[in-house]
Structure formats: structure tokens, C-alpha cells
Write a protein that binds this ligand. Sequence first.
Ligand SMILES: NC(=O)c1ccc[n+]([C@@H]2O[C@H](COP(=O)([O-])OP(=O)(O)OC[C@H]3O[C@@H](n4cnc5c(N)ncnc54)[C@H](OP(=O)(O)O)[C@@H]3O)[C@@H](O)[C@H]2O)c1
Length: 306
Amino acid sequence: MVHGGPEALEIVDLPEVHAGPGQVRVRIYAAAVNPTDTMARNGSRAEQQKVDPPPYVPGMDAAGIVDEVGDGVSTGVRVGDAVMAMVVPKGSHGAYREQVVLQARAVVPAPAGTTHVEACTLPMNGLTARQSLDLLDLSPGQTLAVTGAAGAYGGYVVQLAKAEGLTVIADASEVDHALVAALGADIVVRRGNDVATRILEHFPHGVDGLADGAVLNEKVIPTVRDGGAFTSVRGFVGAPQRGITFTVTSVRTYDGDFEKLDRLRQLVESRALTLRVAATYPPERVGEAHRRLEAGGTRGRLVMTF
Ligand SMILES: NC(=O)c1ccc[n+]([C@@H]2O[C@H](COP(=O)([O-])OP(=O)(O)OC[C@H]3O[C@@H](n4cnc5c(N)ncnc54)[C@H](OP(=O)(O)O)[C@@H]3O)[C@@H](O)[C@H]2O)c1
């Protein structure tokens, strides 16, 4: 792929890759389609990508079967295991390919009883939600607001927060109200640019923390109490004010954190986390999946299957 609209996605032949020491090769059977892939495709990540020659292979979420294990791997993974992984794309290394070589610690058993299609929806957004909660550093009983709660990231934030004993207020459109409530949000308010007003109706002094999956940025700073915490997902950092701690969630720094991804696996197995799939696409139709994701309104992840 070179950069462009969804039509720029094309099938290319790449040379076989092999697992070196400390690495694992995965035959990928399913790769989730995420908003970041559309940015890798349309060139808004060109600055980061240009160090490598095209073709560029997007994709950060993979599930499949291990088919090579390099020397010195100590995570217990074996050839034939069903696994999932976050892939940090670089050049032609990405999750939209049949075969990928990863550091062993990035490769974790898929949750028992899940298909490749389901399992691939967990790693990247699950780890992002995990990192947001780690950065917010809240304690049981404290309050968390989540915007974009119907989305993949927002949904995992809501579910992880509930598993940790937080009180969650989340936004949703009318049509998604029941979905977000089912994910466990204690209070669901109508989404919109004025969502801060509705959150403050419930928590007049503000919430302890906010995870801004809808990228509302300044508009939702007023919902955070003095001395509270705000984490963004697209690099936003608010101007210093009222003792609020602003952090930027950036999941790439959790690449290779075996324990964190394995903990997410356990939470799926104990049904604390729900894997949501909207539809599957063969590689030759992945452009349609990009178009559909960019149009908004998708609930559950779109997944490419090989
Ligand atoms: N920094 C990182 O490491 C990292 C990692 C993962 C994700 N992200 C970012 O996190 C964001 C969420 O990702 P995702 O995969 O969860 O996307 P998603 O599944 O598309 O979810 C986004 C959700 O926000 C909703 N939304 C859009 N505008 C809104 C508004 N004004 N108010 C409230 N909700 C609104 C969307 O609804 P509609 O579909 O109806 O528009 C959708 O339900 C994206 O910007 C993504 O790039 C960052």
C-alpha cells in the first residue's frame, strides 16, 4: 500500500519472515480494523512511516496460530497455540498480513473459547484502556467519566473501571444508551459537545478522572474536579489549570508487556470484558471496512480475515 483513500489498500506479496532468537512467528487469521489504520493508510502518519520504504502494511491487532518459536523464548508459547498480539506497524510490518514475527513477550494466549476474529479485537484497545486507567491512577470508589463509551476503547475503559470498583459515568447517543449501560456504566448521559454540563449535573464538583475516547479535549476539562486527572488518546494536553494532571495515553509504550495483555485475557475469560465484532471482511474488501469505520456508527470492531 502507498497512501490514499480506502482504494489504496491492495494485496501485495511479501517475502517469508522467520522467528529469530526471542521471537515468535504467527500465522495471522484475523486482524481488527482500527481508526489508527485509517490514518496509517491516508498518509497522516507519513512522517513516522517515511523512514521505511513502501509497501506499508497497517494493522495493530492480530490473532492467529504460532507457527515458529525462536531460540530462548521463555513465555511458554508453543507452535500450534492460538494467540493474540498487538503489532506496532513499521514499514511492511503490520497486522494486515498473513505472517508476522513479533517479540515473544508481545504474543499472549488467546482467551479460551474465543475465535480468532473475537480475540483480535482485544489487544490494542484493551491495552490502551489499561494504560489510560494506569495513568489516571484512581482508587476504588472514585469517579471516572468516559467519553466515546460506545466505541472499542471507551467500552473497555468502562468495563475495566467497573472491574476495579470505580463509579463510572459515560456518554452515549440515544441509540447506544442501552449498550453503554450493559457495559456497566453506573450513569449514562447523552453525548454531545455540551456533555460536560450533563456530567456536572451528577457530580457538581467534577469527577476524579476522565478518559476522553471521543477526543472532546477542552470541552470536557470542566468535568474534572480540582486536582483530578484527564487522559487523552490523540495527544491533547490541556493548559495547566486547577491542579489537574493531564496525561497522553499512547499504547505503543505497552508493546511487549506480556503480563498486562495476559491479564486482559483472564478478564475476557471471567466475562469482565466483552469482545464485540461487527462484521468480517476478506482482504480484497478491507477498503470497504475502512469506509465503514470512517463513516462512524459502527458498534463492535470490523475484522479482516485471512
Ligand atoms: N493513543 C493511543 O494509543 C490510542 C489507542 C487506541 C485508540 N486511540 C484513539 O481512541 C479513539 C477511540 O478509538 P476507538 O477504536 O474506540 O474508536 P471507535 O470504536 O470509533 O469509538 C469512538 C466512539 O466515540 C463516539 N463519538 C464520536 N464523536 C463523539 C462525540 N462527539 N461525543 C461522544 N462520542 C462520540 C463514536 O460514535 P460514532 O461512531 O457514532 O461516531 C464511537 O462510538 C480514536 O481517536 C483512536 O484513534 C488511541
